[in-house]
Design a binder for this molecule. Structure first.
Ligand code: ZN
Ligand code: ZN
Length: 607
């Protein structure tokens, strides 16, 4: 195609024209521009570049930077070749720099765009190129991807100084860069200062808050957007749904689902996937399946993966594996995440042999097992008590094992009370420089369970020496549109006295059913009664007791979310409570759902 066009250009351009004549000859420019637009391969780009060089057109920034832009950004181009073209320019102008920075910002190494921006700044003091709104926009996009928070702040200052901040696109890009870098207060401040906000500005902040552990504020902002009369689009609902999933806020999630249907956003498969995920994470797996089953958009592999993972975390392994099987019948090729989700389903139900078979089939289906698959395998074997085999897997994998593998083994060693293996795993974690409090707590728990208090003290000293901070456990429960959050032994709630009284009542009642506190789980070397007290006021128990108090008159499930794993003692207590109070309790912990009903849990004590 290009060759044909070349001949046409050749027919209308005299190759002996000087560059000046070219400029006067607007027709030639138009032809070359058309030619650039129609470039489909790197070969075409190279031919045009050669043409620009031989005819002298290369010195015209407008044409040259169009070609550079195409080469740096389009799929037909090649970033390396774009840089090579750039190097041939005697004095690069603003658009030339912008083309390269834009290409690098979208490429695999966005931090290089930041380095180029700094070179451009230096060059601008002695040449005609000037940092403009586009330069800043592209560089900020790179900052958002490469997580360069200091350059973001620097660019904010630059843009204010140069009076560029009035540019709406630049404003939103800056807001997005702050959000993605986790500087949410700067993002919020910027948002409030914006003279004009477009939907992208709302979306950037909602998504930033949702992924930055400030889901509650993300939903507040979403509601404010609606009351300001702005219609949320696909990107907005994705941010808001992520916030609902995080909080387990089913009421808001259902409202958003209603909006999605009304606004026809459910034609978008990514939105449907987020809705399935939201229902699953809020504890409504049947509803998640209903959406999956009736999805108006064409299912993507992510849709299947989301459903498999949903069933997996709810302990419905057979349903998860059925969906996994159905992928084959629907000619959808499982990817690495599908295998991980299927393995996870086996893990949660202790289907060890089934899990092993799935693991062994991964490579033969053209997927390379990665660290997470190995992690799942170690977990699977470890939980089944096959600790030696789990150890052998870690020792023989073809890459450097991630600490997570040793953590799984340590966790399994605690479940199976194997001190020797726990020590081996802990030693490896210490060698790897672990500062994860969980690693130390697990080892202390094992020592505590064996009454080895000297060793518990030693572990605690190591924690202190490494400045390991224990992540505080907390739980929350939603009531009347408000999230009530509890820490262990918390007395900050308005009704804490009622809650503690309720726990005493529960304690009294469940003792009659033979409950004994699992005091081996308490770290401190203290008397049994005190240990029981320490366990009694765990955050999940406070949340559950509050749930019982406020729903005394109603027969509805109590839903509790915990940031860490539910502990063994709370698990036992919740089983008793579900029977004695004839109430379903659903707990979402860091790993999975536990549904307590009639004295037993959906995990069948396998967790
Ligand atoms: Zn507990
Ligand atoms: Zn359970």
């Amino acid at each position: 195609m290009v060759n044909v066009l070349m001949i046409r250009i050749g027919a209308c351009i005299n190759p002996n024209f000087t560059p000046f004549q070219f400029r006067v000859n607007g027709m030639a420019h138009v032809y070359i521009e058309t030619l650039i637009q129609r470039c489909k391969t790197l070969g075409h780009i190279k031919q045009i570049q050669a043409h620009l060089l031989t005819t002298g057109h290369f010195q015209f920034c407008s044409l040259r930077s169009r070609l550079l832009d195409l080469c740096a950004v389009s799929p037909a181009g090649d970033l390396g070749f774009a840089v090579a073209i750039f190097r041939q320019i005697h004095e690069p102008l603003t658009n030339d720099w912008n083309a390269i920075i834009r290409g690098l910002a979208a490429g695999p190494e966005p931090s290089r765009a930041v380095a180029w921006f700094l070179s451009m700044l230096r060059a601008s003091s002695s040449s005609r190129c000037r940092v403009d709104a586009l330069t800043c926009t592209f560089t900020l996009k790179a900052c958002a991807r490469a997580l360069c928070s200091s350059t973001t702040v620097q660019l904010h200052a630059q843009t204010s100084r140069r009076g560029l901040i009035a540019d709406a696109l630049l404003y939103t890009t800056l807001l997005d860069a702050y959000s993605k870098n986790g500087d949410l207060s700067s993002a919020q401040k910027l948002f409030e200062e914006m003279p004009v906000r477009d939907i992208a500005s709302w979306n950037a902040l909602i998504a930033g808050l949702a992924s930055g552990n400030r889901a509650y504020e993300a939903l507040e902002l979403y509601r404010r957007m609606e009351s300001d009369g702005i219609n949320p689009n696909e990107v907005t609902v994705l941010g808001a749904l992520a916030a609902c999933s995080h909080l387990g806020d089913i009421k808001e999630g259902e409202k958003i689902h209603g909006y999605v249907k009304g606004a026809n956003l459910d034609q978008n498969v990514i939105v449907c996937n987020a809705i399935i995920d939201m229902y699953a994470k809020c504890g409504f797996i049947d509803k998640a399946f209903e959406v999956f089953d009736q999805i108006p958009a064409k299912k993507s592999v992510v849709t299947w993966n989301t459903m498999i993972m949903g069933f997996a975390i709810h302990g419905e392994a057979y349903k998860a594996l059925e969906i996994f099987e159905q992928m084959h019948h629907n000619n959808i090729k499982p990817d690495d995440v599908s295998y991980l989700a299927a393995l996870c389903a086996c893990n949660h139900m202790g289907l060890t042999d089934h899990g092993l078979a799935i693991f062994n089939s991964i490579s033969s289906n053209g997927v390379e097992p990665n660290m997470r698959h190995y992690g799942s395998l170690v977990d699977l074997l470890g939980r089944a008590g096959r600790l030696r085999e789990a150890y052998n897997v870690i020792s023989s994998i073809p890459m450097v094992p991630d600490p997570i593998l040793w953590q799984s083994l340590l966790n399994a060693s605690q479940i199976h009370k194997n001190v020797e293996m726990a020590e081996t795993a802990s030693k490896k974690l210490l060698e790897m420089g672990s500062d994860n409090d969980g690693d130390f707590v697990l080892l202390s728990n094992i020592y505590a369970a064996h009454g080895r208090w000297n060793d518990v003290g030693r572990v605690r000293d190591t924690m202190k020496a490494r400045y390991v901070q224990k992540i505080p456990g907390f739980s929350y429960i939603e009531a009347e549109g408000t999230i009530h959050k509890f820490y262990n032994g918390d007395k900050s709630h308005d009704r804490w006295r009622d809650i503690y009284k309720k726990i005493d009542e529960i304690r009294f009642k469940i003792r009659e059913f033979g409950y004994m506190a699992e005091t081996g789980l308490v770290l401190h070397d203290i008397g049994d009664e005190e240990k029981e007290n320490a366990l009694c006021f765990h955050s999940e128990k406070l949340a559950m007791a509050y749930g019982l108090i406020i729903t005394e008159e109603e027969d509805m499930p109590i839903r509790v979310i915990k940031n860490l794993r539910i502990c063994g003692d709370c698990h036992v207590v919740f089983k008793h409570v579900s029977k004695i109070y004839n109430r379903e309790i659903v707990v979402r912990d860091r790993v999975r759902f536990h549904r307590f009903k009639d004295g037993s849990c959906s995990c069948r004590d396998y967790w």
